[in-house]
Design a protein around this ligand. Structure first.
Ligand code: AFP
Length: 354
């Protein structure tokens, strides 16, 4: 009886999608069911039989684990039957998934990364599912072009984090709200209503092994954070890197910070590592709805019109003051007005420019 009377995810969703989007409410309840299935599997670790073992290469040219495949299946099976969807798109599938013949069609589009950070599942570190819901003008069978909408058109976005506890964090366009899974009762309970990202932070997250491939504005920013009290920032910074975007974004929603996977020159064919439709856009909506910012450094992420399903983008997101600073550094760099910088990397750049 301990949790009786608390707001469940189902109640929250039904109350907040009544009217025009009630069918989307039903879809979200199916997404939550899929998330519970994945949570149970991930929580078993190697005992599930899906963690570890041989990997295959997926459509992104990346290693695909058995747990990725089974998580993808879980979402497809839980969500394909209800009649709300015109199609689904997944990180694990090259093309959109058509709704099977035997099921009715709806007008919503579900895009998702079934298990982000799955390389971490082998080492028992938090992983997550990221999802987003878009709308097509009419019910029917979705084509790839239907999915290519800027993130500002998302009707809902969320992620589940499979950590010491499983949480589902959701926005329907009115704030960002966190629900914790009560494993015994089987319900997600509203535990973190109206999450707010602090505007200021002294914590940043970036894969620093890529430093030599970053653009100068990011090198400048990180070098200033590392210099701490002794330099222009006048304060010491802390660094974190989990290599699991869901876990980094969750930390930022809980206590502030900035997450960066910037543009780099490591592979000139890839303008960033993270995927726009099912990683960057949903996280950008959640962060903005919590009062933070999400940018490429040169453009608001939610304004990018995708031209491919698996398009990659640079991602800088989190506490407002830091994302604004990074945007300013990009602008100063692009316009040649950045101040003389003492880092050897910047001296190198000024040599190139002179
Ligand atoms: P996987 O799902 O292949 O593990 O990738 C997760 C991810 O795209 C994202 O969650 C992390 O931020 C990023 O990779 C970490 O990658 P690095 O290996 O570059 O640190």
């Amino acid at each position: 009886m301990q949790f009786v009377g608390r707001t469940t995810l189902s109640k929250f969703v039904i109350e907040n999608t009544r009217g025009q989007h009630s069918e989307m409410g039903a879809l979200l309840i199916d997404v939550a069911a899929a998330v519970k299935t994945i949570s149970a599997l991930v929580g078993k670790g190697v005992l599930s039989g899906y963690v570890g073992g041989a990997n295959v290469i997926n459509v992104q040219g990346e290693e695909q684990k058995q747990i990725d495949v089974i998580s993808n299946e879980a979402i497809l099976r839980h969500c394909e039957w209800g009649g709300q969807l015109a199609g689904m798109a997944s990180e694990e599938l090259d093309e959109p998934y058509p709704i099977p013949e035997q099921f009715p069609r709806g007008r919503y589009l579900l895009v998702f990364d079934p298990l982000d950070g799955s390389s971490n599942s082998d080492v028992n570190v938090s992983v997550g599912t990221i999802f987003s819901i878009l709308e097509r003008d009419a019910p029917g069978n979705a084509a790839t072009s239907d999915f290519l909408q800027p993130g500002r058109r998302q009707l809902a976005a969320g992620y589940a984090i499979y950590g010491p506890s499983t949480m589902l964090v959701l926005t329907l366009g009115k704030g960002t709200h966190g629900f914790t899974l009560d494993r015994e009762g089987g319900n997600f309970l509203l535990t973190h209503p109206d999450i707010k990202v602090p505007e200021s932070t002294r914590e940043f997250a970036i894969n620093a092994s890529n430093e030599r491939f970053w653009e100068p504005p990011v090198q400048r920013y990180v070098s200033e954070c590392r210099a701490g009290k002794s330099d222009v920032r006048g304060a010491d910074f802390n660094m974190r890197w989990i290599a699991s975007m869901v876990a980094e974004v969750h930390r930022i929603l809980m206590r502030g910070g900035i997450f960066m996977y910037p543009k780099d020159s490591k592979d000139p064919g890839k303008p960033g590592r993270l995927r726009l439709l099912y990683e960057a856009s949903p996280m950008a909506m959640l962060i903005e709805q919590a009062g933070g910012m999400a940018s490429t450094g040169r453009q608001r992420i939610l304004d990018i019109a995708p031209d491919a399903l698996h398009q990659r983008v640079p991602v800088l997101l989190g506490s407002k003051e830091e994302v604004e600073r990074l945007e300013r550094y990009h602008h100063e760099y692009d316009t040649g007005t950045d101040r003389p910088f003492e880092s050897p990397l910047f001296k190198e750049r000024s040599l190139f420019r002179s």
